[in-house]
Design a protein around this ligand. Structure first.
Ligand SMILES: N[C@@H](CCC(=O)N[C@@H](CS)C(=O)NCC(=O)O)C(=O)O
Length: 233
């Protein structure tokens, strides 16, 4: 059984998609990062960087429990555990890991900052908004090129690189870019959305959203980007 500590945002969504794709047993634990639950001491034990997603596999290596944070690391762990969506060895394994890292190291930070400056704080800096919007658009074009001669990002097979990219690419509107500028990536997104497991993950997130009374506001901004986030612990 996998305990999955999640919220309704893009990085946790990757893990839900993976859990649904693999068929591994899991239980969702909602961590509301908009009210500060990521700073609870018990959660920080699992996730010292105060971020979701995190998993705890009750039956980890050697039968002992193991917790894993960082969405890329979790995807790799679940792929190895289930024997799916990451070749066990050979060139394909490293192609998948390569693109998994590109998502974590380039796409995610650029898109996150574009979201911040374009959508959350458009008044803060036009220069920063342009910089991160352009960088996101550039990485989208890099992904688009990968799809010239195949359906999936890393190799001809669907993999955790696609699942990881999906969690972020689907948020393109908040980064102020146009998906029509990368038509192959747009088609890939449609292929992702057509997968039954992606639909089931969406339904789980819909249930998590159903109980929500507020979205982002001044208080959530302080928790995610302000005093609460910067406080020493
Ligand atoms: N590099 C991390 C990023 C995780 C991340 O940014 N999580 C956000 C939600 S999508 C979060 O938990 N934010 C809460 C906070 O920063 O306090 C990963 O890929 O898992």
């Amino acid at each position: 059984m996998i305990d999955a500590y999640l919220w309704v945002t893009g990085n946790p969504r990757k893990i839900l998609v993976m859990l649904e794709e693999t068929g591994l047993d899991y239980e969702v634990h909602v961590v509301n990062i908009w009210t500060g639950e990521q700073f609870e001491p018990d959660f920080l034990e699992l996730s010292p960087n105060n971020k979701v997603p995190v998993i705890n596999d009750r039956d980890g290596p050697g039968g002992a429990p193991l917790s894993v944070f960082e969405s890329g690391a979790i995807l790799e762990y679940l792929a190895d555990k289930s024997g799916q969506f990451l070749p066990a060895d050979g060139a394909g394994r490293y192609k998948v890991i390569e693109w998994l890292h590109l998502v974590a190291a380039n796409l995610s930070p650029a898109l996150g900052q574009a979201h911040y400056f374009v959508t959350e704080f458009p008044q803060a800096s036009e220069h920063a908004a342009n910089r991160f919007r352009n960088e996101t658009a550039r990485v989208f074009r890099v992904l688009d090129e990968q799809l010239v001669d195949k359906d999936w990002i890393a190799t001809s097979e669907y993999s955790i690189a696609d699942i990881s990219a999906y969690g972020r690419v689907r948020g393109w509107k908040n980064a102020g870019i146009q998906i029509d500028d990368t038509p192959r990536l747009k088609d890939w997104l449609a292929r992702m959305e057509a997968r039954p497991a992606v639909g089931r993950a969406d339904a789980v997130i819909g249930e998590m959203r159903a109980g929500l009374t507020t979205g982002m506001n001044d208080e959530t901004h302080s928790i995610l980007y302000g005093e609460r986030q910067m406080a020493r612990r």
